[in-house]
Ligand binder design. Structure first.
Ligand code: VG1
Ligand code: CO
Length: 544
């Protein structure tokens, strides 16, 4: 059992994006590619000798191979212990939970989240710090800098660890503990929500639910929590077996990709509640019978009703949302008299606010919601929170949402994605918008008057770090907004995201079709950005 030092050459493209390093599987399979990145992580950390690392992934293709490589590298680099999920499985929120519970030094999550998997699909590596959250930018920048000059990595020359058997094995001087992926996470959920009340609802015979795990990581978690602990009927969880290629699907919980669930909730004899999670279990989509809850509304509704859940009975300290997320939650915060923070896209920006106790609930328009219970967004947590509220209020999903709109007004909201467009055109589009910003302020554009037009810059209120160029925002005097940004998680070409929002206080106008009510803004976005001309697309790939 010797430590080998293997020579390597840097790859130039190992810059982590919105959420870790994501590439197509064949890229990660290039000799030294994964090893270089993992060694760059280890080289950027201080004092890892003898420390504990948490390791797991969403079960996608290459997960098991990558885990074996990382275990041998962790041993060679001096970690004292690695906690790894059985079968290599750990959801992103479970990693966060386990890092915190066992006070680990950090964790590595192997996932490309909602991106498709399989031999030609995507793979990803994400490093989480000791608070359980995604590494902040200063850490990811250090990792990237290291990756540009790396010339060797360390690896212990040993045979593979049996990932399927719970228990401990020794790798050199490092202990590997294969743990049950679900137990710690399920216990945390039970500490936050009224499981008795939820169980009564689910076993009453009057309320049916359907949970779609999309053949991704939440299958074992959802079966353990909903079917075994809460006694929901067998079959409540659909697509519950994690598969390396997610059954050929796209594990992104939205109206387009979660079609099995959507067909049921919008079909005949539809259940009362439906929900789906993404590849690594940090996203959620909430549906009622024939009813879709916009993620931004979901965040606002959880904030407004937080006290109904035992874990939040004493109220929330503040809320935070990513900049493109709708301003629905801002209105709830104002009503509650708590602060509302606006951060750049990506969960790493919530970490400091959560650690400092400035925010209790956080959310993103991209089907991500979470709280201070961990430092990641958390799909099953959001689903349980909704069920807790439904059980307490004894109303339907639709009634709860419509009542919320009557109280706070409705923020019509939609995101239009142009996926896999040519990078040059997408960059040009953003540059043109940036150049036009100074001339937009105060301008009348059709029915809208521009209140502000800028490229979003964020100063972290806790550590003062500054993040620039986080998206073009054009806000109008009536509260409407258009936001443009390029995705930082895609692996092919560029993905343009256009976020559209308008506010309607009049409850007589709360039943309009979202796309219709946003039509003037959609038109304006096209005129301002020349999307069709610069991307060659006359319509979005995905509308959420
Ligand atoms: C997207 C979402 C962002 C989310 C990120 C990671 O990033 O817009 O809100 O935090 O994915 O989510 P981007 O840069 O492609 O817009 V996940 O579930 O992939 O960990
Ligand atoms: Co995810």
């Amino acid at each position: 059992m010797t430590i080998q030092t293997i020579s390597t050459k840097p790859f130039s493209d190992q810059k982590p994006g919105t959420s870790g390093l994501r590439k197509q599987v064949p890229v990660f399979q290039n000799p030294h590619y994964l090893e270089n990145f993992v060694q760059s992580i280890f080289d950027s950390l201080e004092g890892i000798q003898g420390q504990t690392l948490v390791l797991g992934g969403d079960g996608r293709y290459y997960n098991r191979q990558a885990i074996q490589i990382i275990l041998k590298m962790a041993a060679a680099n001096g970690f004292g212990r690695v906690l790894v999920g059985q079968g290599g499985i750990l959801s992103t929120p479970a990693v966060s939970c386990i890092i915190r519970k066992y006070q680990a030094y950090g964790g590595i999550v192997l996932s490309a989240s909602h991106n498709p998997g399989g031999p030609e699909g995507d793979f990803g590596v994400k490093y989480n710090i000791g608070n359980g959250g995604p590494a902040p930018e200063k850490v990811t920048e250090a990792i990237f800098d290291r990756s540009k000059v790396i010339d060797a990595y360390k690896m212990l020359d040993v045979s593979d660890v049996d990932l399927d058997r719970i228990g401990a094995t020794q790798l050199g001087s490092m202990k590997v503990e294969v743990i049950d992926p679900v137990t710690d996470y399920a216990a945390l959920m039970e500490s936050l929500f009224d499981f008795d009340q939820i169980q009564q609802l689910l076993t009453s015979g009057k309320f049916r639910i359907c949970i779609d795990s999309m053949h991704a990581v939440t299958g074992p978690y959802a079966k353990a929590i909903f079917e075994r602990r809460l006694n929901a009927p067998a079959g409540t969880v659909i697509n519950g077996v994690p598969l390396e290629n997610f059954g050929g699907g796209h594990p992104d919980p939205n109206l387009v990709y979660a079609h099995d669930l959507v067909d049921r909730l919008f079909g005949e004899e539809a259940p009362d509640f439906g929900a789906a999670s993404d590849g690594d279990g940090d996203r959620n989509m909430i549906l009622g019978r024939n009813f879709f809850v916009t993620p931004s509304d979901s965040l606002a509704i959880l904030a407004a009703n937080a006290k109904l859940a035992p874990g939040y009975r004493s109220g929330i300290a503040g809320v935070a949302r990513s900049m493109p997320t709708s301003q629905a939650v801002d209105r709830v915060a104002a009503q509650l008299g708590v602060d509302c923070y606006e951060t750049p896209t990506g969960w790493k920006f919530f970490g400091n606010l959560l650690d400092a106790g400035k925010a209790t609930l956080c959310g993103e328009e991209s089907f991500g919601t979470g709280s201070n219970h961990v430092r990641e967004k958390d799909g099953l947590w959001a689903i349980l929170f909704w069920l807790n509220i439904l059980a307490a209020k004894q109303q339907s999903v639709e009634e709860i949402v419509k009542e919320h709109w009557r109280t706070y007004g409705r923020n019509y909201y939609s995101r239009h994605d142009y996926e896999g467009v040519e990078t040059a055109g997408a960059n040009q589009l953003m540059e043109n918008l940036r150049a036009a910003l100074p001339s937009l302020s105060g301008k009348q554009l059709g029915q809208y008057k521009v209140k502000y037009a800028d490229d979003f810059s964020y100063t972290d209120p806790v550590d003062g770090s500054v993040s620039q160029k986080q998206g073009i925002r054009i806000g109008f005097t009536d509260g409407s907004r258009i936001v443009f940004r390029l995705s930082g998680t895609g692996t092919k070409g560029a993905t343009l995201r256009v976020y559209l929002e308008s506010y309607e206080p009049d409850s007589a106008k709360h039943d309009l079709d979202t796309q219709q009510s946003l039509a003037p803004l959609i038109q304006l976005a096209e005129e301002l950005a020349k999307i069709c001309e610069l991307t060659g697309r006359d319509k979005p790939t995905v509308i959420t």
